[in-house]
Design a protein around this ligand. Structure first.
Ligand SMILES: [Zn+2]
Length: 286
């Protein structure tokens, strides 16, 4: 009798160990990331598109939502990371590779505030996004320079663009965001082209950032040398799809980044990229 109980106990223990091991192996469950006294930034692999989650002070900021093809992956990723509420969503600009999954995200999560630049698109993704916002009684707040988001103590989060009310190229409507947690600084750029980079430079912002989300998936039409010199990142993150038809990232952009000796991460090669900072050092979780 004693032996049988002991065997039962061993089997139960093994079961528990097995459960812990298997849950730790899942590619999207990151239960051992400490959110306490850290800021965690997830560059979610959405193929050819952008989707970035920032977690700090128990607040969640989502920048873009990836494509409509990747929407299930994004929803699963957020749920696996125990997200139920998004304090802020910023849709940088209304191209499908940035807002394709937005309608689903809005439907699946509690959303407190939603920001987008003042520009419309006649696409299904845009109309679906508007429909989801209406169904939740959410109004679009205008993304423009000097709008700030409150991400709690020791943070600052400021929008740097779009500077103008009208652009020929939709990419230039992209809302760039400078985010700081203690001494760690990040610059998110959407798909700003050289024109918008120059406008941001002209405004005299402090662009120095430890981490740069490289504009427009590493396209040659962005990342001017002057802009890059001002940002001078230690880490450059390129969000792009494997063997994408645009040839992103462009060799010219990669060469500029390599010259800076910064660490380059790419979602097409590295998949989901998670950066953690305590406000001093930044490391990659893998
Ligand atoms: Zn894009």
């Amino acid at each position: 009798m004693i032996k049988r109980n002991k065997l039962k106990y061993i089997l139960l223990s093994l079961n528990l160990v097995f459960l812990i091991i298997t849950s730790g192996c899942s590619s999207t469950v990151k239960t051992n990331i400490s959110l306490e006294n850290n800021m965690v930034t997830h560059f979610i692999d959405v193929g050819q598109g952008d989707c970035i989650l920032v977690q700090v002070n128990n607040k969640n900021l989502l920048i873009d939502s990836g494509t409509s093809d990747s929407k299930e992956r994004v929803i699963k990723y957020l749920k696996n990371n125990n997200i139920s509420k998004l304090d802020y969503i910023v849709a940088t600009h209304p191209h499908d590779d940035h807002i394709g999954g937005m309608a689903s995200v809005i439907r699946n999560f509690e959303v407190a505030e939603f920001y987008a630049p003042k520009v419309i698109a006649s696409t299904d993704s845009f109309e679906n996004m508007i429909g989801s916002l209406k169904s939740k009684n959410l109004k679009i707040k205008v993304a423009k320079p000097n709008v700030t988001l409150d991400l709690g103590p020791s943070t600052s989060c400021t929008m740097l663009s779009p500077s103008k009310v009208s652009y020929k190229d939709t990419n230039n409507y992209s809302c760039a965001i400078k985010l700081a947690y203690k001494n760690s600084t990040y610059l998110f750029t959407g798909d700003i082209e050289k024109l918008s980079e120059q406008e941001i430079l002209n405004k005299g912002y402090d662009l120095k950032a430890d981490v740069l989300k490289v504009p427009h998936h590493g396209s040659s039409s962005s990342t001017s040398q002057e802009f890059l010199n001002k940002v001078s990142p230690q880490i450059a993150v390129i969000s792009c799809g494997t063997s994408n038809s645009y040839g992103h990232p462009n060799k010219e952009t990669l060469d500029k980044l390599k010259k800076l000796n910064c660490t380059i991460y790419r979602t097409d090669l590295d998949k989901n990229i998670i950066l953690i900072t305590d406000g001093v050092a930044i490391s990659r979780y893998d």
